[in-house]
Design a protein around this ligand. Structure first.
Ligand SMILES: [Ca+2]
Ligand SMILES: [Ca+2]
Length: 95
């Protein structure tokens, strides 16, 4: 059995941090959001934490989700995948 430690940083308390990618995307099919795992497999999920006006797919070109650092309480936004944000990753400390 594997155990994972997930470290969640409350980003609103660290205002120097930008938004961060979370590995959730609808790049394969618009509106069908899925997680991309380490094996590069797409995993659908029904739980989300979108901001009330997201996902907006602004300009028809927002296919990657971020946790917004300065809006809401860890709410998500879809943004252009080419934006240079850092990524939040899951790590198995026992592997
Ligand atoms: Ca999209
Ligand atoms: Ca958006």
């Amino acid at each position: 059995m594997k155990f994972y430690i997930i470290i969640v940083i409350h980003l609103q308390t660290i205002m120097l941090f930008p938004d961060v990618w979370i590995g959730y995307s609808d790049i394969e099919a618009e509106g069908q959001w899925q997680w991309l795992d380490v094996g590069e497999n797409w995993c659908p999920s029904s739980w989300t934490n979108w901001n009330s006006v997201e996902p907006s797919n602004s300009g028809g070109n927002e296919d990657c989700a971020t946790i917004m650092a300065h809006v809401g309480d860890g709410e998500w936004s879809d943004q252009n995948c080419g934006s240079g944000f850092p990524a939040l990753c899951e790590h198995d400390p026992w592997s």
